[in-house]
Design a protein around this ligand. Sequence first.
Ligand code: NAD
Ligand code: IPM
Ligand code: MN
Length: 357
Amino acid sequence: GKTYKIAVIPGDGIGQEVMPCGLKSLHAASARFNFNLAITTFDFASCDYYDKHGKMMPDDWVELLTPFDAIYFGAVGDPARHPDHITLWGSLLQMRRQFDQYVNLRPCRLVKGVPSPLADPGEIDFWIVRENTEGEYSEIGGKIFEGTERETVIQETVMTRIGVDRILKYAFELAKTTRRKRLTSATKSNGIKITMPYWDDRFKLMSKSYPEVTTEQFHIDILTAHFVAKPSHFDVVVGSNLHGDILSDLGPAVTGTIGIAPSGNIHPEAKFPSLFEPVHGSAPDIMGKGIANPVGMIWAGQMMLLHLGEKQAAEAMMKAIDRVLGEADQSVLTPDMKGKGTTQKLGDAIAEAIASV
Ligand code: NAD
Ligand code: IPM
Ligand code: MN
């Protein structure tokens, strides 16, 4: 079978705890479906690395990571040790930009066995398409009159025509070809006067090329309400970097826990490696306890296999996740899913299921 070169970066906190589960499931898939994973693990993009080297990544990180077919990433950040904007802008956010991973694809699905906080959630199955290289996440701005009463800070939002159009096109294509043909756009064009109406205009223009896709636009504030009040309404939801970020914690929370949510930072043109990670962070509040939910990490591995073209293996991984969670065995589910299980127990159950589903 084929061999894929995978860069593994566990990072900080529970990133290091869920990564072994993700790898165990991937190895189970590779053993069964006859492909090989050539794995190289890196210790950078972590607070430990920062303590040793005074920076988050080595100077040649681009050369190191470029040859890989994909990057499998845990989580980074520990605000008790170093400020988040230093650790994140020194690692994950650099990778997303350097490797032009302009699509951040984040599926949200209510999985049988995972209790939702909603009394009557219905069927929830939507995918968030988050712009991932520009928007509100920019380094443009500055501080003046620092330390005085007139202290002023400015942070610019950047939207380019290429950047907006390519994420919208990805979302329209996804809605049309693989999903249920409904596309929701999240903006805030009543209050944010220049960038958000621009996004709306590009969205309207592109919708003319996709007559088979039903479109709608909501301001982000009411959209968060709809996410809670009628989550089953949504199919594909596209938004700017910050809007997509917020919606992709809210969506999974509505389906029970952010601990199961996966994320693909995708560079569709395949000139650079794409990066797969859970949506959640390093969760300092539960780190070291062995109770982190490993499903987000494993599901991200599933997205990685699909991206690499291992369709059958990806289907088996998804089935295994669904089966193990669906059995809703309290001794296996982690506490965020109202169970009493551990990271390792749940991870082992899924890896075992992959061999046989
Ligand atoms: P977080 O996602 O780490 O945690 C939020 C809450 O969800 C916590 O109560 C945590 O215990 C819980 N949680 C998260 N993942 C879980 C899992 N797998 N199982 C069970 N419970 C889980 O978000 P935060 O607290 O805002 O951030 C903590 C650190 O992680 C910060 O440094 C932040 O910048 C960083 N962060 C990194 C990433 C990333 O690497 N992609 C993403 C988000 C946050
Ligand atoms: C995410 C995270 C990151 C983001 C942070 C850690 C910079 O919240 O991947 O959703 O905002 O993109
Ligand atoms: Mn986030």
